[in-house]
Design a protein around this ligand. Sequence first.
Ligand SMILES: Nc1ncnc2c1ncn2[C@@H]1O[C@H](COP(=O)(O)OP(=O)(O)OP(=O)(O)O)[C@@H](O)[C@H]1O
Ligand SMILES: [Mg+2]
Length: 206
Amino acid sequence: MLEVIEVSKMFGRNVVLKNVTFSLKNGILGIYGANGSGKTTLLKIISGFEKPSCGRVFFNGREITNKAPQEIVKLGVAMAFQIPRVFWNLTVHENVLLAARETDYTAEICKELNLEDVLFKKAKEISQGKVKLLQLAMCFALKPKLALLDEPFASLDAENVEVVLEFLKKRGSEISMIITAHRTKILKTIASQMLEIRGGKIVGSS
Ligand SMILES: Nc1ncnc2c1ncn2[C@@H]1O[C@H](COP(=O)(O)OP(=O)(O)OP(=O)(O)O)[C@@H](O)[C@H]1O
Ligand SMILES: [Mg+2]
């Protein structure tokens, strides 16, 4: 499904990804690493929000290196951002509808992601944890084939971690995912494959 081949990224002189190579057939891949190890940059390169300095990315046999984010989304790759990208002056409901490819299942997604109690509140009026859930809802409303989830468990309380795990497990059979985290504990409960990234390099897999 996804092949990342020898991807490197420099910001000025700062090398933040070094020859990153991995592939994902199906299922859920967990990528863990410390702050600044390059997780977000890697997901942004796959989704087209950053350009690699070198290397190539293929999705379902098609090269997506350097394609624009909106093209990559159309091919079925959606990203849920670590730093939220939502429309702060719109309601939760409106945000999810805007993201949705079709609207018939948005209610189900919002219900499953524990957003029902804030559906008609503006995004700027809800808690950080709920914004996190909204970001996930917007990603899955796109009906992706591959979902790139950048630290989906950060800033969630224990109850909502369970809500999200349940949601992702339910979709894991149809939708492939790459999920990043600092720690392995929660990731291990859901990922079928794990990679460790350190200083922009993949240093281990399990
Ligand atoms: N737009 C940018 N311009 C310059 N440097 C950047 C940019 N984006 C990221 N970096 C640098 O790239 C490195 C990796 O950052 P990245 O956000 O990918 O790490 P991360 O693993 O996601 O960290 P965190 O766990 O804190 O989210 C950092 O040193 C960061 O300062
Ligand atoms: Mg990050």
